[in-house]
Design a protein around this ligand. Structure first.
Ligand SMILES: O=C[C@H](O)[C@H](O)[C@H](O)COP(=O)(O)O
Length: 234
C-alpha cells in the first residue's frame, strides 16, 4: 500500500464519524485533503455539513468541492474536527504545523467538542520531537523572540537548531509567511521529554504566536497501516 492509499484509508474511517448536520472543523495538510475529497463526494450526494476550514488552502479545496463553509465567528462551537498530524505519541499528544497551519488548526480544535486525528502509522512515535517543532512568531523582533526560545530550550536541556522556515518562489528562497502573516521557526530538538514544560514556556514568550504542540487536545486518532485501520482513543 502506498502512502496516499493509507491516507485515504484513514480519511474514509474518519468520514464515518461525521454525522449529517454536524458543525465540522476541517483540517489542513495532505491527509486532511484526502478527507475533504471524500467529504465533497458525500456532500454532492446530499449530505449536509457546516464546515470551518483551518487554512486558506483547505478553504479553496472545500469551495471547489462544494463543501459549505462558515467562519469560526459564525460557528464558534463545533461538534468535531478532523485533522492530520506530523507526530502522534501514545497519549495522542501531537506535533502539528508541518504545513504552517497550526495556529488556525489549534483555535478550531479548541472550539470543537472532539478532535479526531487521521494519519498513517509513520506518524506514530514513542516520544515527540523527531519532527522539527513549528513555532509561529511575529515578524517584529523575531531575533529577540528566537533568543528567548533558545534560552528556554537550553533551560529544559533541549539542544538542536532552530531555523526560520523558507519557501522557494521563482527559484529564490524567501521567508515562509503563514495565513496569519507570521513567520515560522522550526526547532529540531530531536526529542522533547517534557512537552508540557516546553509548551508552557513557549506560550509565555512575547512574540510567540503559537507552537505546534497539541497536548491533550486529540480525543481519538485513526491510524492506517498496511495491516488495516485502527482507532486509538485518548
Ligand atoms: O500545518 C499543517 C498541519 O498541521 C498538517 O495537518 C500536518 O502537517 C500533517 O500534514 P500531512 O497530512 O500532509 O502529513
Amino acid at each position: 500500500m502506498d502512502a496516499r492509499s493509507l491516507k485515504i484509508a484513514a480519511a474514509k474511517v474518519a468520514l464515518d464519524q461525521v454525522e449529517n448536520g454536524m458543525r465540522l472543523g476541517i483540517g489542513s495538510g495532505s491527509t486532511a485533503e484526502e478527507f475533504v475529497q471524500l467529504l465533497g463526494e458525500k456532500v454532492a450526494e446530499g449530505f449536509e455539513v457546516q464546515g470551518v476550514p483551518t487554512s486558506e488552502r483547505t478553504a479553496r479545496l472545500c469551495l471547489e468541492l462544494g463543501v459549505p463553509l462558515f467562519s469560526l465567528d459564525e460557528l464558534p462551537q463545533l461538534d468535531l474536527t478532523i485533522d492530520g498530524a506530523d507526530e502522534v505519541d501514545p497519549k495522542l499528544n501531537l506535533i502539528k504545523g508541518g504545513g504552517g497551519a497550526h495556529l488556525r488548526e489549534k483555535i478550531v480544535a479548541a472550539a470543537s467538542d472532539r478532535m479526531i486525528v487521521i494519519a498513517d502509522e509513520s506518524k506514530l512515535v514513542d516520544e515527540l520531537g523527531a519532527f522539527p517543532l513549528p513555532i509561529e512568531v511575529m515578524p517584529f523582533g523575531m531575533t529577540s523572540t528566537l533568543i528567548h526560545i533558545e534560552a528556554l530550550a537550553s533551560g529544559l536541556g533541549l539542544a538542536g537548531d532552530i531555523v526560520q522556515r523558507q519557501r522557494q518562489r521563482d527559484e529564490r528562497s524567501e521567508a515562509y509567511v503563514t495565513d496569519g502573516g507570521h513567520f515560522i521557526l522550526d526547532a529540531s530538538f530531536g526529542r522533547i521529554p517534557d512537552a508540557e514544560a516546553l509548551a508552557n514556556g513557549l506560550a509565555a514568550i512575547p512574540g510567540v504566536v503559537e507552537h505546534g504542540l497539541f497536548l491533550n487536545m486529540a480525543t481519538a486518532a485513526i491510524i492506517a497501516s498496511p495491516a488495516g485501520v485502527r482507532m486509538l482513543n485518548a
